[in-house]
Design a protein around this ligand. Sequence first.
Ligand code: AMP
Length: 397
Amino acid sequence: MNYNKKTVKDLDVKGKKVLCRCDFNVPQDKATGAITDDKRIVAALPTLKYLLEQGAAVIACSHLGKPKGERKESLTLAPVAKRLSELLGCEVIFANDTIGEDAKAKAAALQPGQIMLLENLRFDIREEKNDPEFAKALADMAEVYVSDAFGTVHRAHASTAGVAAYLPAVSGFLIEKELEIMGGALANPKRPLVAILGGAKVSSKIGVINNLLDIADTIIIGGGMAYTFIKAMGGTVGTSLLEEDRLDYCKEMMAKAKEKGVKFLLPVDTLCAAEFSADATPELVETMAIPADRMGMDIGPKTIELFADAVKDAGTVIWNGPMGVFEFPAFAEGTRALAKALAETNAITIVGGGDSAAAVAQLGFADKMTHISTGGGASLEFLEGKELPGVACLLDK
Ligand code: AMP
C-alpha cells in the first residue's frame, strides 16, 4: 500500500470549487439533538481554513449516524453547519439535500472564500453503495476532491472513494498526518517497533496480529484477548473472556513469533474478579492459574513492569486496545500505567482510534502521545496492512 499521497498543498485550488469529505459524525444528545462533543468539527478546521484562505469555494460533506438511505430529521447536518460557522467565524451555507436541486443551485452560486455544507450523505442509499451516478453528481458540483475523513477511508463509498474517479483527488491535513505517522511506522519504523494489542477479542484483531508479526520486534498482548492465548499455552482462565474457536490461531501466532524471532509478551499476573462489575473486589493471581470461578479483568503489577520495560527503549510503539476493563476504576490501572509508560518513552507513540483513544483521553495522557488516530475501524484496517479504498483513490506523489 502506497501511503505517499498528494495533499491539498500539491494543487492550486485558488478560485476552484473543492468538494471536501469531512468526518462530521459527531455524538449528539438523544433528546435534544445538541452536539455533545465537537472534536471532529474542530479537527476539520485546519484543512477547511486552508482551502478558504487559498481562495477556494468549499463544498463540505459528511455522513452523520446511520440513517440507512432515508431522510431522518434527527440526523440532519444542520446543527453541524451552525457549529462549523461559529468555529470558522463565517457563514456556512447549508444545502437541504446532497445532490438535489438545492445543493446544485447553492454549489453553482458559491464564490471563492465561501463554504457550504451538503445535507447528510447517507440520507441517500447510493452513498454507501458507491453508486457511480451518485458519485458523479457529487463530483459535478466541484473541480477538486479533498478527502479528510480518516474514519471512513476503509469504506468504498461514493464520497470516500467513488468521486475520485471524476476529480483530481488529494488528502487534507488530517489524512496526511495519519498516512505520514501510521504509514511511516508500518513502512519504515524507527526500531525497535513494539506493538501493544488489547481489548476484548482476539477475533477482531486477527489481521492486525498477523500483519504486525511481519513488521514488529515485540508484540505485547493484554486485555480480554490475552486469555485465549493463555489457554492455548495450557493455562486455566476461569470465567475470563475466551474464544475457544481461536485457540489454534493463537498457537499459530505464537509459533510464527518464535520462527520470526519476534518477542511475544503475555500477562504473567492478573487482577481478577468474581463477577463483571465495577464494584467487584480485585484479586491478584498468576495468569496461568486463574481460579475456575474468577475472570481476568486487568493486568497485574508484575505484568505492568514487564510491559513498561518493553516500551522503555522502543523506537516506535503502536497501541491498540485497553489492557483491562478500564471503564471500571478498580480495573483501570493496567491501561493507565501503560499509557504512562508510553508518555515517558522517547519513542514515537501511536494510539489506534476507538477504545484505546478513549482510554488514553479518559486517563489524561492524550497530549503525551505522538499521534492518536482519528479512526477506529480505519486504523485497525490500516494496521492489518489492508488497502484502504479512501487512500488508494488519492493521487500518488
Ligand atoms: P476492543 O473494542 O476490542 O478494543 O475492546 C475494548 C473493550 O475491551 C473495552 O470496553 C474493555 O472494557 C474491554 N476489555 C479489556 N480487557 C477486558 C477483560 N479482561 N475482560 C473483559 N473485557 C475487557
